[in-house]
Design a protein around this ligand. Structure first.
Ligand code: SF4
Length: 466
């Protein structure tokens, strides 16, 4: 399971690209595959992009070349389109009325239809990303100015999007009407900042102002910040998985604390599924905060009995055959003295295929744990996500085809329990009607276009459905 994307926009700061860089650094967890920044000094557009982590893509020299008081940036893990340099965002195009740069977080669910329509009417698409479609739609409408055409054109998109556009001397920040993906606004002195998560604001000492509302189109230019109105929508569907796994615990998303929500999930889990154990231990990092809540509620001591290696990066050296579970062991190593002869309850944030959990449990047994129980701080994942999270296909999600008892046996646990959908929703700090829970329930809040065949997907440039 991979993260998807993080976006940022800066308006009105002499060092806009540097601020964007630092904000992207804070958003690195949302996409490790590539990073890019586009800046504008009111005369010329500058761009720098590359494959890899933010710290590797940008050098001091590179940042100095990104001039101007406006910048937008993006970190990416590909949710649509292949992993190539031409798909690195922000996407930038020049045309007779100036330029458009766009950074997109999310996944359009009608991109195949839009792509067909655009190609049938003569558009030539340059990338394999659904994000490019919106640029074509905006440029094709020559009659209206951007202020007028934003809402009618964005209304044609279906699915999940948090966009930051830089169009000539204006930045636009937009969320889809369901509000699947987070996007917040802050001020750093006189400059405006928009970013996927508020942890980016802390990095640059920007003060949170408010969220871009679901469906809202916000315009930021020399006259300040103006709300252009809302794209009509039926309901909200904030991605609940942001709270469970993706967002950083030091962020507030959809206006509420990820940290507090994760602790609530752990508390609810302890109430629903108590177990006699000597220690509670998290799978770091994402299970840590739910484990804190579980330990507090159950009064069982918390131990950090898995130690994470923070320096793994990518290894190209194949481990020897006799080192089983290499990928798991290189990342998390159990502490024998904390585990020997103990009854432990592990707190996991989610189980996708079950194979990683199985390797971890094997490592804990080898370290001497007497009993191993697992509690999962969300319900079983049974359906793929069409809104920008790269879940495996339904077939690969172990809970879509196996009962909990079968998963317990596969992983090698003494007991396994998941938090209920009700327990998860009641742990949120917002009303439960506000959330998308489709990957747990199969109940999608939007129309899902018929998925193309595998062959068509391979050929298709715009993989609207994965
Ligand atoms: S399907 Fe799951 S991961 Fe996707 S938007 Fe909905 S809650 Fe989030």
């Amino acid at each position: 399971m991979k993260e998807y994307c993080g976006v940022v926009g800066i308006f009105g700061h002499k060092d806009a690209a540097r601020l964007a860089y630092l904000a992207l650094y804070a958003l690195q967890h949302r996409g490790e595959e590539s990073a890019g920044i586009v800046s504008f000094d009111r005369k010329k557009v500058y761009t720098h992009k590359g494959m890899g982590l933010v710290g590797n893509v940008f050098s001091e020299e590179g940042l100095k070349k990104l001039k101007g008081p406006m910048a937008i940036g993006h970190v990416r893990y590909s949710t649509t389109g292949s992993s190539t340099t031409k798909n690195i965002q922000p996407l930038l195009i020049n045309h007779k009325k100036g330029f458009i740069a766009v950074a997109h977080n999310g996944n359009l669910t009608n991109s195949v239809e839009l792509q067909n329509e655009l190609e049938d009417s003569g558009s030539i698409l340059q990338t394999s990303m659904d994000s490019e479609l919106i640029i074509h739609l905006l440029v094709r409408d020559q009659k209206n100015n951007y202020r007028e055409k934003m809402i009618p054109i964005l209304s044609r998109l279906e699915g999940a999007y948090a966009f930051v556009f830089m169009i000539n001397d204006t930045i636009y920040a937009v969320r889809d009407p369901y509000g699947f993906r987070p996007l917040s606004i802050a001020k750093a002195e006189d400059a405006y900042v928009v970013a996927s998560e508020t942890c980016a604001f802390d990095m640059i000492r920007a003060k949170y102002v408010r969220d871009v509302e679901p469906g809202e189109v916000v315009m930021i230019n020399k006259d300040g910040l103006t709300s252009l109105g809302h794209i009509p929508g039926k309901r909200h569907a904030f991605c609940i998985f942001e709270y469970i796994y993706f967002a950083r615990p030091d962020s507030n998303i959809f206006t509420k604390s990820v940290y507090l929500t994760r602790k609530n999930l752990g508390r609810a889990l302890a109430r629903e599924h108590p177990v006699g154990a000597d220690i509670v231990m998290p799978i770091p990092d994402s299970g840590t905060y739910a484990a804190l809540g579980y330990a507090e509620e159950s009064k069982i001591p918390l131990e950090m009995a898995f130690v994470r290696n923070h320096y793994i990066g990518r290894t190209f050296i194949q481990p020897s055959q006799f080192i089983r579970d290499f990928k798991v062991r290189v990342k998390l190593n159990p502490v024998r003295d904390a585990l020997k002869d103990k009854r432990i309850v592990i707190i996991e944030d989610s189980i996708v295929r079950g194979t990683t959990s199985r390797s971890r449990v094997r490592a804990l047994k080898e370290a001497g744990a007497r009993e191993i129980h697992m509690r999962v701080s969300c319900p079983p994942l049974i359906s793929p996500c069409f809104y920008g999270i790269d879940f495996p296909t339904k077939k690969e999600l172990i809970a879509s085809s196996h009962k909990i008892e079968e998963i317990r046996q596969f992983i090698g646990l003494d007991s396994l329990e998941y938090l209920s959908i009700e327990g998860m929703l009641n742990s949120m700090l917002l009303p439960k009607e506000e959330f998308c829970t489709a990957c747990f329930s199969g109940d999608y809040p939007t129309r899902i276009c018929k998925p193309p065949s595998k062959k068509a997907l391979e050929k298709s440039r715009c993989m609207g459905i994965k």
